[in-house]
Design a protein around this ligand. Structure first.
Ligand code: AMP
Ligand code: MG
Length: 477
């Protein structure tokens, strides 16, 4: 059921803005299973009309939200939906409420110097990544529809314009709260918190205790989200506070990347010259960002309560990450020296730039006894350096006495075989720019079952080719 736009009733929190229709739009991808789950039975023409901004449904009230944010450490007082519009809300048959958000819909009062558009390259990257993350079981916004066009969009070069219709339980960001706090309108913040409580967490009270509990949930969700990113080798690339979701969703896919060869300091965003958002910085940045949110809520929640919530961050993140590692290594129980086993593994992986996803996937082939499996050895440049580690790990396997087949099945259920490596996305983008969506559709299909063996698509699970290292992924989108 499509509802009107409840957020748009906060006329002080943004601006009613009509989309600017894309020229000669073409429906490129439609996420039918998601549309069905949302209970949205629309024709292809309707999806095309909505996503291209040509004709919305009568219930929709397009609204550009205002927000601010700390970008690369510096405060930007006014950002907002510069090229996106909140169209309205949907209540799915299962009762879950969703925001419909159209990205690339044209200029808004928050466009600053931008053109309000998104290019096909970045729109497809967002579509692919959000669906890949969803199927990995990592909280994320979802992609519902992708429309291309012949409209030229000017970036470093001329590129085709596009738009993505995406959905999330909420698109509220840390930056929404920062905006009102720093604009001297902190009295507006309770209305936004109440909206979040009404729509997401109705068990919370709309009072100081409820707001404190809400902040604690944001802390815990952010911590576990980042632990999940670390465990799967995902780098977000632009963890500005305006890209941080209040619901702990992966939000705003830009120059993201999945680790290929393990490099803890990997920076996926070529515009990030100091490595502020390097892979190994993400946990610390998450904390820093939560501190910015805490500041914005400091008129409503006593500082001790904010601190108490912040104190839960490190434990939540580390316990989630260690639990993931235990599972990824196929261990059932805990031993005191397991942290050292993990740490030494990462040291060796870093020294030999071992492919992150292949390593964990192929580790399942290693039994407690017998020869070392060839596919695992093929990932190592100096297998001899691993002798000690292999014998410690195998000793752990012997100690646990697990059924070998069950161990393999459990490991395969948590170590994805297929992740969205940059070169796979790039191949799909190049084909899409030539008008051929078949590679994107195929890639989506493979990534929708990341833990399953799909032998016919083995090359999608291989380490990145040489040329992938040359790919330059920047903020330009
Ligand atoms: P992003 O890097 O996509 O998270 O965007 C950061 C901010 O810049 C947000 O306020 C966006 O709405 C805005 N923005 C990014 N690209 C454009 C564009 N082409 N036109 C207008 N605003 C944009
Ligand atoms: Mg953003």
């Amino acid at each position: 059921m499509i509802l009107s736009n409840q957020y748009a009733t906060f006329d002080w929190a943004g601006t009613r803005t009509e989309p600017t229709p894309l020229q000669s739009p073409l429906l490129l991808l439609l996420n039918r299973p998601l549309a069905e789950a949302l209970g949205m039975q629309l024709s292809e023409q309707q999806w095309l009309d909505i996503t291209s901004g040509t004709r919305l449904l009568p219930e929709m009230e397009p609204f550009a939200q205002v927000y601010a944010g700390h970008q690369f450490g510096g405060y930007s007082p006014r950002l907002g939906d510069g090229r996106a519009l909140l169209l309205g809300e949907v209540v799915a048959p299962d009762g879950q409420r969703w925001d419909l958000h159209l990205k690339g819909a044209g200029k808004t009062p928050y466009s600053r110097f931008g053109d309000g558009r998104a290019v096909l390259r970045s729109s497809l990257r967002e579509y692919l990544a959000s669906e890949a993350m969803h199927h990995l079981g990592i909280p994320t916004t979802r992609a519902l529809c992708l429309v291309g066009s012949e409209e030229p969009v000017y970036r470093e070069q001329v590129e085709p314009g596009a738009a993505v219709l995406r959905v999330a339980q909420s698109h509220l960001r840390f930056g929404h709260f920062e905006y009102f706090y720093y604009h001297g309108e902190a009295e507006r913040i309770p209305a936004l918190l109440d909206y979040l409580i009404d729509t997401q967490w109705p068990d919370l009270g709309k009072d100081e205790a409820g707001y404190a509990a809400l902040f604690e949930r944001v802390v815990e969700r952010t911590a576990t989200l980042i632990a999940r990113w670390q465990a799967v080798g995902f780098c977000h690339g632009v963890m500005n506070t305006d890209n941080m979701s209040m619901l702990g969703l992966t939000l705003d896919y830009g120059p993201y990347g999945f680790l290929d060869g393990y490099d803890p300091g990997h920076v996926c965003n070529h515009s990030d010259h100091v490595g502020r958002y390097a892979y190994d910085q993400q946990p610390t940045v998450g904390y820093w960002n939560l501190q910015r949110l805490a500041q914005a809520l400091s008129r409503l929640i006593p500082v001790e309560r904010l601190q108490q919530a912040m104190d839960k961050y490190e434990y939540a993140l580390l316990s989630s990450f260690s639990e993931s590692m235990r599972q990824k290594l196929g261990l059932m129980g805990w031993q005191d020296d397991d942290p050292a086993l993990f740490r030494d593994m990462f040291t060796l992986m870093a020294a030999q730039k071992v492919d992150y996803s292949c390593w964990f996937r192929r580790l399942a082939l290693l039994a407690a006894e017998g020869p070392l499996p060839e596919p695992l050895l093929a990932l190592l440049s100096d297998a001899g350096a691993w002798d000690d580690w292999f014998s410690r790990y195998r000793a752990r396997l012997v100690q646990e006495g697990q059924d070998p087949a069950e161990k393999v099945a459990r490991m395969n259920a948590v170590n994805p075989k297929y992740v969205l490596r940059n070169h796979l996305a790039q191949r799909a983008i190049e084909r899409a720019e030539q008008g051929d969506m078949s590679e994107a559709a195929l890639l989506l299909r493979v990534l929708s079952r990341p833990f399953d063996e799909q032998p016919e698509f083995d090359d999608y699970a291989a380490p990145a080719p040489e040329w992938a290292g040359q790919l330059c992924i920047s903020c330009s989108s």
